[in-house]
Design a protein around this ligand. Structure first.
Ligand SMILES: Cc1ncc(C[n+]2csc(CCOP(=O)(O)OP(=O)(O)O)c2C)c(N)n1
Length: 276
């Protein structure tokens, strides 16, 4: 069933509050990655809050869907989603990046709901592929999602995995590229031009879908098409904006890994319609 307008409005409202909560957590510890957390908000929120078959009461269910956040630095948005699904207590966001916290700067296997540690870019798609092969061998209905950054595609290891997933006809694997066109210290065009991002994946044998990565309806349609494609893996190239939702962060590499000051937080919260 496609999402109805009421559910889209609810999920958009969740996204708005998740953005605020993530910025508050990064502000609180004065460390973290705001830009890439905000760009991946709708992708993660739609998957975790609507589409994925996961239950925090049954974290080891062999048939649960899996998600690998390959761009691990966007961990705060992952954590906020896991908290909403009941994997951790509501107030855990305030412990982000603190010593002994479950919420480390990059996803750890010790964090409830995290399927694969990440931080070093380039390794996640191979891990997701291994999960997809295992599930397929077990005839499991579970699906695996790998969420990558576009700067992450500079890593050669991504393309080793991209090359072999079609060989194994992994129709249970969906990669999503958070295509915000900005990396750590510049635009993707400046650092390592993609030239033809869709053509690259297609030539490796993937089913390629392109959509607006902030439009929940478009994303929902893309995930549905991925589920219906049975010949092999699908990649969704999701056009996004780094820092989405906060005007002074949007499209700026400077907000890749910059702490949020008191003033920045107040301005961001005002724009997002929250309370300081
Ligand atoms: C192997 C590796 N090299 C370098 C880094 C440092 N690093 C962290 S994020 C980042 C840029 C990633 O850009 P992108 O994938 O576009 O992330 P997004 O813009 O979505 O946040 C880099 C180079 C890393 N984490 N791992």
């Amino acid at each position: 069933m496609p999402l109805d307008e009421k559910r889209i409005a609810e999920l958009n409202e969740l996204c708005r509050t998740f953005r605020i909560d993530v910025l508050k957590a990064i502000h609180s510890i004065q460390s973290g990655h705001p830009g890439g957390s905000l760009s991946v908000c709708e992708i993660l929120t739609l998957l975790y809050q609507e589409l994925m078959n996961i239950d925090s009461a049954k974290p080891d269910d062999p048939n649960r869907d899996r998600l690998v956040l390959c761009k691990g630095h966007a961990a705060p948005m992952l954590y906020r989603n896991l908290i909403e699904k009941g994997f951790m207590q509501k107030d855990s966001m305030g412990t982000l990046r603190r010593i002994d916290s479950l919420l480390q700067g990059h996803p750890s296997i010790h964090t409830p709901g995290v399927e694969m540690p990440s931080g070093p870019l380039g390794i996640g798609l191979s891990a997701a592929q291994g999960m997809a092969i295992g599930l397929k061998l077990n005839n499991s209905p579970a699906r695996v999602y790998a969420v990558l950054g576009d700067g992450e595609l500079n890593e050669g290891a991504v393309w080793e995995a991209a090359q072999s997933a079609p060989k194994f006809k992994l129709s249970n694997l969906t990669a999503v590229v958070d295509y915000n066109k900005v990396q750590l210290d510049g635009t993707t065009d400046e650092i390592m031009p993609m030239i033809d991002i869709e053509g690259k994946w297609r030539s490796f044998g993937w089913n390629v879908i392109r959509c607006d990565g902030h439009d929940l309806k478009a994303l929902d349609g893309a995930f549905k098409a991925a589920r219906e494609y049975t010949e092999g893996p699908t990649v969704i190239i999701a056009d996004t904006v780094k820092g989405k939702g906060v005007s002074f962060m949007e499209g700026k590499a400077a907000w890749h890994g910059k702490p949020v000051s008191d003033d920045d937080l107040a301005k961001a919260i005002a724009e997002l319609g929250g309370e300081n």
